[in-house]
Write a protein that binds this ligand. Sequence first.
Ligand code: ADP
Ligand code: MG
Length: 620
Amino acid sequence: MEKVPELHQGDRADDWGRFLKSRYKKELGEISRLYPHRRSLVVDYRQIERFGKAGITLADELLENPGKVLEDVWDAIKNNQLVRTRDGKEPKALNIRFTNLPKKTAIREIRSEDINRFISVEGILRKTTEVRPRIVEAVFKCPAGHFTKKTQKYGKFIEPDGCATDGCTFKKVELVPKRSTFVDSQKLRVQESPEGLRGGEQPQTLDIDVTDDLTGTVAPGDRVVINGILRSMQRVVKGEKSTVFDIFLECNSIEIAEKEFEEVEIDEEAEDEIKKLSKDPMIYRMVTHSIAPTIYGNEDVKEAITLQLFGGIAKEMPDGSHLRGDIHVLLIGDPGIAKSQLLRYIVKCSPRAIYTSGQSSTSAGLTATAVKDEFGEGRWTLEAGALVLADMGIAAVDEMDKMQKEDRSALHEAMEQQSISVAKAGITATLKSRCALLGAANPKYGRFDMYGDIADQINMPPSLLSRFDLIFIMTDQPEQKRDLAIAEHILKAHGVGELIAQHKKTPIPGVTQEFIEQQLKPVMPDIDPAFFRKYVAYSKRTCFPILSAEAKEAIVGYYLKLRGIAEPNKPVPVTARQLEALVRLAEASARIRLSDKIEAGDAERVIHIVDACLRQIAYD
Ligand code: ADP
Ligand code: MG
């Protein structure tokens, strides 16, 4: 879209000149020395704001009228000769990049009034294209040898109507690439962070146009803040121009967010509450009962999921290798046994988690993919799958047995090295996937046949299975007592909901709200999910327990016993991986009560769970 000519309300170049001289002398000097290698000046928005009365005006103007501000700053640099290259010349061009904006605009809240304004969006990178040159100033030549220049913007290539030289009537002109100017360009797609979404909303995305020295600096899966000018572009439907416009962000600067769980804010009051809860002697019961309270039974699975939420501690080995702290859990079970429900619940309790299906609809699947599609406009695009998007969190993957073949092999690397390598066409990249995997799968023939060998009914290779710290075989056998309990459990959840709804419409005489809430109790979690998330985030941030001698002894003893009784023909071999798993789980166990020390009790707890899992699949 052609930009509406902007009103020049007084010349601000002088103010910018004063600002830059007083605050960015050093940086400008550096650019002078290193130009053109260094050709971007990064200006902190807060610095502008703090530059007295003029600063507030400049800062406001940047948000409202960024196109003009960029020109003003460039004028200021030229007028004051703030940058001089080593041969004493003026630089051809400079990028002025602004960071650290006070307000973030949610992607789903971007509106037409934001067009041509400077905004800041936050999210996770889903796609990045290859870096390719884009023409910014095209030079054309007519048969008579005259040159015509045409400035190009992001989007459609614009050709002149004919030779622009006075008196020349040639309509036919040809592009002269050698005389034209190009810039490195890359297109990104940023998606709202999963933790900002509640209640299974689909994340929305925004496309970003990145140029020059910012290209190639980020990878899919990165958590970023992107600042830039929101632009619009007319849609073309079946060759006809539409009245509807698309938006994209002309990227001005990128900030990479690295800190873990910084999204979860914990104030002093919450911290006190967390510490108090951690000392409760019933903490394990409370935590476990807060995972999917509407699901009856499955105590061991819930305990495993709890441990997974807290996680072990990642370690860097002296030789530079990395030992994961994330705990992977797999549920293989008959249909209708609440696997999906459990997966959905963990997403609610975790500070950062995403739910996806192995049969995922996106082309990136679980890991990552390189494609050449419309998005890249001819360039290859690298797209992050679920395990990359879940970096530093939990990936709940349902229907894992139905995943794509490519994912299956990439998953090996993702689960152990916690990275995903893509090498296809011109793209070679290693994406981070430091996440814990909670997988759910059905048995090979749909249901477990209790008379057959369980091992034969698991539809996954041993190499993959051995990467899970815990594997649960969940069989659905009719058992009157349990069935009755589940029936009551489900009906209670339904009944109480109805009661509340009805009570809201027409209060039932003699029934108080408290009474209904009392009835609601059994299916309410002991710790509500919002607070639970804080608890988990706090523990992962602050608690790094180490093994006590007693715990170490118990774990090693159990491991040696396992090696002695493991059967070689079982689907899960007992290897050093189990030892690592035991340590991770014990770390998580200590983290639940925010303890610095892994006690014998932690070891016992996790040996009990590991043993229950392995009994079905590693030995009899
Ligand atoms: P799966 O993914 O294992 O096929 P679902 O998670 O879709 O099964 O569960 C099917 C339904 O049965 C859900 O509505 C769930 O709430 C209910 N259900 C199954 N087992 C239990 C249980 N132990 N307690 C309460 N509800 C259950
Ligand atoms: Mg299911």
